[in-house]
Design a protein around this ligand. Structure first.
Ligand SMILES: Cc1ncc(COP(=O)(O)O)c(C=O)c1O
Length: 334
C-alpha cells in the first residue's frame, strides 16, 4: 500500500494492452499517430490550439518557461509553487531567468500586491515576461477561478505571458465542477501530467498556441526530449483519459474518508482547509518516525516535509487499504 503520491500508480491492464496495440511512428518527425491522437484530443479538452507530448511535468514547465522568456528576464512564481520549490532551480539553469517570489495565500496570488511584482520598463530592471500559476496547487488546494482570472488579467495588463502548471488540472476541474478548459482559459500555456492521477506510466503534455508549441518543439529537441516511437506511451495517456479520468472523483471521496478516520486519532491535526483533491495533509503533535512504523506494517508513505505529512489516494488504493492504514495509524499513535 503506497500513499506517497499519485505518481506511484501502475499502468492499468488496458494501458498495457494499448501499448501492445498502439500504432506508432517517429515523433521527432512528428508522424506518430498515437501521439497525434493524444495531443489533438487533449488540446480539444483544454481549449488550446496545439499540444506537445513531453517526458515529465518538470520538463513541460521548463519548456514553457524557455519558450515564453529570454535570458535575463524575470518570472513571477509563488513561493510554494512546484516550479520554484521542487524543480531544483531549473529556470535559472536552463532559461537563465530570475525567479521573483510572491507570497502564497494558500496557493493563490494576493491580487492586491501582485501588480507591484511586475517590473517597470527601466534599464536597471529585468523584464517581467511570465507569471506562473499552479492549479490544483501541490498543497492540496484548488485555486478559485476568480483568483486565476484576476491574476491573468493583471499579467495581460502588464504585457506578460501566463503559464499554468496544471499537473493536476483534472483534479481541480473535478473539485470545481467545471470542464478543464474553463481553468485553462486563464493561461497562455498549460502543462498537464498523465503520470499522476491518470495512472499513465510516463508523460506530460504542454498546450498553447500553434506558434508557441512550435517553439517548444524546438526546445524539446535541444533538451534531448525528442522521443521516437513514443506512441506506446501516448496510447496509455489515451486510456487514462477514457478509463481513469471519469473515476478521479473516487480518489477525492476516499481522501475525505481517510481524513475523517484520521481525525478520530488523538495528537493528529488535519489541514481541513486544504482537503480539496486527493491529498490529506496533517501534522503530529509528537515527533515520531511514522514512515518507519508504517513500513513495518507494509504501508509506504513519504517522510514528514516542513512539519507535515501528506497521504495521497489514487487508483492503486481502495477503501479497504485506507481502513488498514487507519488501523495501523491508531496502533502507532495511541
Ligand atoms: C504541481 C506539480 N507540478 C509539476 C510536477 C512535476 O512532474 P514530474 O514529476 O513529472 O516532473 C509535479 C510532480 O509531482 C507537481 O506536483
Amino acid at each position: 500500500m503506497d500513499f506517497r503520491s499519485d505518481t506511484v500508480t501502475k499502468p492499468t491492464l488496458a494501458m498495457r494492452q494499448a501499448m501492445v496495440d498502439a500504432a506508432v511512428g517517429d515523433d521527432v518527425y512528428d508522424d506518430d499517430p498515437s501521439v497525434h491522437a493524444l495531443q489533438n484530443k487533449m488540446a480539444e479538452l483544454l481549449g488550446k490550439e496545439a499540444a506537445l507530448f513531453v517526458p515529465s511535468g518538470t520538463f513541460s514547465n521548463q519548456l514553457a518557461i524557455m519558450a515564453h522568456t529570454r535570458r535575463g528576464d524575470e518570472i513571477i512564481v509563488l513561493e510554494d509553487a512546484h516550479i520554484f520549490y521542487h524543480e531544483a532551480g531549473a529556470p535559472a539553469l536552463l532559461s537563465g531567468v530570475n525567479m521573483r517570489q510572491a507570497t502564497s495565500v494558500g496557493g493563490s496570488y494576493d491580487l492586491e500586491t501582485l501588480p507591484g511584482l511586475f517590473r517597470e520598463d527601466d534599464i536597471h530592471f529585468p523584464r517581467t515576461s511570465l507569471l506562473c500559476l499552479e492549479n490544483a496547487h501541490g498543497n492540496g488546494r484548488v485555486v478559485p477561478l476568480e483568483n486565476m482570472k484576476g491574476a491573468y488579467t493583471i499579467a495581460k495588463q502588464k504585457g506578460a505571458a501566463v503559464h499554468l502548471d496544471g499537473a493536476r488540472i483534472f483534479n481541480a476541474a473535478v473539485y470545481l465542477g467545471v470542464e478543464a478548459r474553463e481553468i485553462a482559459q486563464y493561461a497562455d500555456s498549460v502543462s498537464v501530467c498523465l503520470s499522476k492521477g491518470l495512472a499513465a506510466p510516463i508523460g506530460s503534455v504542454l498546450f498553447g498556441t500553434r506558434e508557441f508549441i512550435e517553439k517548444a518543439r524546438r526546445y524539446r529537441k535541444i533538451m534531448g526530449g525528442g522521443m521516437r516511437q513514443v506512441g506506446i506511451l501516448a496510447a496509455c495517456g489515451l486510456v487514462g483519459l477514457e478509463e481513469v479520468l471519469p473515476r478521479l472523483e473516487e480518489d477525492h471521496r476516499l481522501a475525505r474518508y481517510m481524513a475523517l478516520g484520521l481525525d478520530e486519532i488523538d495528537g493528529l491535526e488535519i489541514a481541513w482547509d486544504r482537503l480539496n483533491i486527493n491529498m490529506v495533509f496533517f501534522s503530529l503533535e509528537e515527533k515520531i518516525d511514522l514512515a518507519s512504523a508504517l513500513e513495518e506494517r507494509g504501508i509506504i508513505i513519504n517522510p514528514e516535509e516542513d512539519g507535515e505529512y501528506r497521504f495521497v489516494t489514487h487508483i492503486g488504493v481502495g477503501k479497504e487499504d485506507v481502513d488498514r492504514l487507519l488501523v495501523a495509524m491508531k496502533e502507532i499513535l495511541q
